[in-house]
Design a binder for this molecule. Structure first.
Ligand SMILES: [Fe+2]
Length: 154
C-alpha cells in the first residue's frame, strides 16, 4: 500500500495521538484509586497500544483486517452496581478528574479519525480507520458509564 503525502501525514499524526493515548491510560491506571476503574483503564490502554500498532503497520504499508478493531472492543455493558466505587470522597474526586480528562481525549481522537476517514482514498483503509473511530467511541461510552454509576458528571 502506498499513501499520498496527505495520508502519510494523517497516519503520523494518528500514530503520535495513539502513543500519547496509551501513555495517558497507563498513567491514569497507576493513579486511579478504585480497583475496578484501574482494570478498565488498563484494558483500554492495551486497546490504544493495539491502535498504535495498527497505525504504525499502515505507515509501513501493512493493511490489517478491518473488523479486528471495533468488534473486539464493543464489550458487554457492566451493571451500574458492579461499577460502584468503594473509595472515599476525595479519592472519588481524584478519579473523576482522570476520567474527565480521558473522556475529552477520546472525543478529540475520535474526531481526528473522522476527518481521516474522509481524507483517505482506499476503501479498506477508510474501513480500518472508521473501525478505530468506533472503538474510541466505545471507550468513551465505557468511561461515561463508570462516571454515571458513580454520580460523576460527564
Ligand atoms: Fe485509540
Amino acid at each position: 500500500m502506498t499513501w499520498t503525502q496527505k495520508e502519510k501525514n494523517f497516519l503520523k499524526d494518528l500514530q503520535s495521538e495513539e502513543k500519547l493515548c496509551a501513555e495517558k491510560y497507563h498513567k491514569a491506571a497507576e493513579a486511579a484509586c478504585d480497583g475496578t476503574l484501574k482494570q478498565i483503564l488498563q484494558k483500554i490502554e492495551k486497546a490504544e497500544q493495539g491502535h498504535c500498532d495498527t497505525v504504525t503497520g499502515m505507515l509501513a504499508g501493512t493493511m490489517p483486517a478491518p473488523q479486528s478493531q471495533g468488534k473486539a472492543q464493543a464489550g458487554r455493558a457492566r451493571s451500574a452496581k458492579s461499577l460502584k466505587a468503594k473509595t472515599t470522597r476525595a479519592q472519588k474526586q481524584s478519579d473523576a478528574y482522570l476520567l474527565a480528562d480521558l473522556l475529552a481525549t477520546e472525543k478529540y481522537v475520535a474526531g481526528v479519525y473522522n476527518t481521516a476517514v474522509f481524507e483517505f482514498n482506499d476503501p479498506a483503509a477508510r474501513q480500518v480507520l472508521a473501525g478505530i473511530q468506533q472503538a474510541e467511541q466505545n471507550h468513551g461510552r465505557e468511561l461515561a458509564e463508570y462516571m454515571q454509576a458513580n454520580g460523576m458528571s460527564c
